[in-house]
Design a binder for this molecule. Structure first.
Ligand code: SF4
Length: 202
């Protein structure tokens, strides 16, 4: 078994986390801790569920979407298991988009200096969204990312089209649980969800 991944949430089908219809995997744990992060409940490394990467590849393929989006939490703080997922998803002919709060140059330096897991996750990512969230630089122009300092890095020729609107998805289960994913201005989101018991993962 490959190194397990600590997973906070899997959403089988979403149109709010990258180009087209995708499967999203939020990992648990992030030490970067950007001020204003939408997912502070994903900072800690004790939550989530340890999951075999092979099981996650199977879930992504079974979902029938165009690929997977890896986000968090911080994917590059669990690069070994996520690289296995990314490689498996690409081997199935699907695409991989990965969000990170680290700068691309720093990740590339780690890879060059011998961090094989980081190198593997970069190698099996088609589209990287890199850089920490800056709440003083909120980006209202480009889809999916949160602030203007963050960058799209095209690491392959796939997922070249990064145009489109920001979307917010609100899912209400039969038992009344409400979960939200995608990206929206915090004030707008708070107004929308006032009084509802929600789980947010952007
Ligand atoms: S925005 Fe991303 S990188 Fe920054 S603290 Fe939140 S999960 Fe971590």
């Amino acid at each position: 078994m490959s190194e397990p991944v600590r997973v906070a949430r899997v959403l089988e089908q979403t149109t709010a986390e990258g180009p087209g219809e995708r499967t999203a995997i939020w990992v648990q744990g992030c030490t970067i801790r950007c001020a204003g992060c939408f997912n502070p409940h994903l900072f800690g490394t004790r939550g989530g569920t340890l999951t075999d990467p092979a099981d996650l590849v199977a879930r992504v393929v079974a979902a029938g979407t165009s690929g997977v989006t890896l986000l968090g939490g911080e994917p590059f703080e669990q690069p070994a298991g996520l690289a296995v997922i990314a490689a498996g998803v690409q081997a199935a002919g699907l695409t991989v988009m990965t969000f990170t709060g680290y700068e691309y140059a720093d990740l590339r330096t780690q890879a060059v200096e011998g961090n094989r897991a980081v190198a593997a996750l970069l190698d099996h990512t088609d589209l990287l969204v890199a850089g920490p969230f800056r709440q003083d630089l909120v980006d209202h122009e480009r889809p999916w990312l949160g602030s203007s300092n963050q960058e799209f890095r095209h690491l392959t020729d796939r997922l070249r089209d990064v145009s489109g609107p920001d979307r917010l998805e609100v899912i209400v289960t039969a038992s009344g649980d409400v979960s939200v994913n995608g990206w929206a201005d915090t004030d707008a989101l708070d107004a929308l969800l006032a009084g509802l018991p929600t789980r947010r993962t952007h």
